[in-house]
Ligand binder design. Sequence first.
Ligand code: CU
Length: 142
Amino acid sequence: MGWNFSPQGLNYLYIMRLIVLCLLVFVSGGMWSQGSMQCEFSAKGCCPMCADRIVEALDVPGVRAVEWDQFKEKATVVYKPKKISEERIQQLVADSGHDTEMFTASDEVYNGLAACCLYRSGCQGCSDREKHEHPEEDDDRY
Ligand SMILES: [Cu+2]
């Protein structure tokens, strides 16, 4: 028999390899997105600084994306359930000082928050909560 090095033969091999490659990318991409889940839970807080703190607390393996809405006081987290559980995620948020549905922050951590982040007393430090932003010079407070 021998090898067929005619242009048609090479094209056929080339196209087959492309198809196999595309299938591999497609299948692995599908598995990747199936491996992620999204959860939403209440997480108390006041201001953009709280948002930064919560996002930072969830900068851990297994967490793909974090959003925290300061007006709804809700966190939305995309995570990989094989690597981290929703329970652990809420624990990390509580550990950073923010009460969640499942966990309450320790008084010690809570009292260490910046004054305007003390949500248990009604976010009093945030005089105009809607427009509240921290000036540059306050950045070293946390
Ligand atoms: Cu805050």
